[in-house]
Ligand binder design. Structure first.
Ligand code: CA
Ligand code: CA
Length: 279
């Protein structure tokens, strides 16, 4: 439901200042999706949101560079056509990772994969950042997530909420900061998957941030129900059996690194390499 998101953004009246962003380069190994295998935009994908390559690489930490620059926060999700890709009714996006994503029960909360969309909380006290007592959100859409080890046979993990928990790019920025922070969140740390919208309802920004910890949000996904030891392919589809606008927007995919790792992603890839050699 992209239109609502853009509409909300366009009606926001706030100071706009030009920001030149230095790129935040990924360190060493890469926890993000590496290749687009296929993309079918579906029936009525919104113009300007049809580039699946934007789902590769890191989730966004900053958005709206050309018109409404803002740090990505729980109130200010990414909205650019160079940041998110839309999948409408009947469509699908399939991405591949170079390294296997392992179903590892010792991952935090058992979460192995995190999917980032474009959901956000409505600000009940704009621009100070307070979630309404009913937890009103925008951009959140149900999505079907399927996974595969070989790219041929896919197993559905079920339906998840794209956009919940909203992406948070930094721990030290205001709800609509026009400049990036200096304390980035960790997009490979999942939020507690038992969190619901009700847990956020009525919270002030700082209180809601506390529920993230170091996490940058995203939809936390446990691969366990697939029955697969590891996977390398992820498919995202709208829930086509629902009426109305079923479109889904995807910013990025992240893997959760092996625990007890001081170098996080680097060791994740070494582990994957070792497993590959053993098999
Ligand atoms: Ca969405
Ligand atoms: Ca993106």
């Amino acid at each position: 439901m992209l239109k609502n998101v853009v509409a909300v953004r366009r009606t926001m009246e706030r100071s706009v200042c030009a920001v030149i962003l230095g790129s935040v380069g990924a360190l060493a190994a890469d926890p993000w999706a590496d290749r687009v295998v296929s993309y079918d935009p579906g029936q009525a994908q919104a113009a300007g949101y049809g580039n699946p390559m934007v789902s590769l690489g890191s989730p966004e930490r900053f958005t709206g560079e050309s018109d409404y620059p803002s740090a990505v926060t729980m109130f200010s999700p990414p909205f650019g056509g160079d940041e998110i890709v839309q999948i409408d009714r009947g469509g699908a996006l399939v991405v591949a990772f170079d390294e296997p994503i392992v179903d590892d029960p010792v991952h935090p909360y058992g979460v192995d994969l995190i999917v980032f969309g474009n959901g956000g909380f409505m600000d009940d006290d704009f621009p100070n950042g307070r979630i309404s007592s009913s937890g009103d959100m925008f951009g959140v859409d149900p999505m079907r997530v399927s996974v595969s080890a070989d790219g041929v046979y896919f197993t559905s993990l079920g339906i998840f909420n794209e956009g919940f928990v909203p992406t948070q790019g930094y721990r030290d920025v205001g709800p609509f900061s026009g400049t990036p922070g200096i304390d980035p969140t960790d997009f490979t740390v999942p939020v507690d998957p038992s969190l619901t919208v009700a847990d956020f309802a009525g919270l002030e920004y700082a209180q809601a941030l506390a529920l993230y910890g170091k996490s940058g949000g995203g939809t936390p996904i446990d691969l366990h129900s697939s029955g697969l030891e590891s996977i390398q392919y992820v498919k995202i589809e709208p829930v086509n059996e629902l009426p109305g606008d079923v479109s889904v927007e995807i910013d990025a995919f992240a893997t959760v690194p092996e625990p007890n790792s001081c170098l996080g992603g680097l060791l994740l890839s070494l582990t994957a390499l070792r497993r590959t050699r053993r098999s």
